[in-house]
Unconditional design. Structure first.
Ligand code: ZN
Length: 186
């Protein structure tokens, strides 16, 4: 049979060929491979990145955190307010956990997930264990002070009776870039 006329519905008349170019994947920009472990947390990490932006005006290191309920809905969001509040404990994670607990009326955040742009420090890792969150998701590693795998692994210490699941590297490069830009521009 001779080739048929153009198949209807594949384009809107004359113009660029809508068919994908078989060579399109050979350029410098490629879609990353699907990552079933990290991809589900990308949207929440974008919220955390937006939240981190709000820390800048007060001179706070841009770290943002979001707490998701068991159903995936956003319960709370917070950014680092150490400078803004003059409070050494006002890290994004601690503030987000407090706000999530206030929103639910319950200190136990069973089934919840905390998503944060930077690996938690020792204080925040402790607060995460205390809050009984089910999962901690973070973006950039903090090799100088991280307590979720880098320098310590407090959240997964076998001596503790509650150990949240840890997923790292969600939008990790973006999270690291945001921090690098802050320190470069100071
Ligand atoms: Zn912290």
């Amino acid at each position: 049979m001779a080739p048929a006329a153009p198949v209807p519905g594949t384009g809107s008349g004359p113009g660029p060929n809508p068919d994908p170019d078989p060579d399109a994947g050979s350029g410098p920009v490629r879609d990353p491979l699907p990552d079933p472990l990290r991809d589900p947390w990308r949207d929440a990490m974008r919220l955390a990145l937006d939240e981190a932006d709000a820390a800048g005006p007060a001179g706070d290191v841009p770290v943002g955190a979001v707490v998701l309920g068991p159903d995936g809905k956003v319960l709370a969001r917070a950014h680092n307010e150490r400078e803004a509040a003059g409070d050494p404990t006002a890290h994004a994670e601690v503030l987000a956990l407090r706000r999530a607990a206030a929103a639910t009326g319950e200190w136990r955040l069973t089934g919840c997930t905390l998503v944060v742009t930077l690996e938690p420090c020792v204080m925040c890792a402790g607060a995460l264990v205390q809050s009984r969150v089910e999962r901690v998701v973070f973006g950039a590693l903090d090799e100088k002070a991280g307590a979720a795998g880098s320098l310590w692994d407090l959240v997964r210490d076998r001596r503790l009776n509650h150990r949240p699941e840890v997923i790292h590297g969600v939008l990790g490069e973006e999270c690291a870039r945001q921090l690098t830009a802050f320190f470069r521009d100071r």
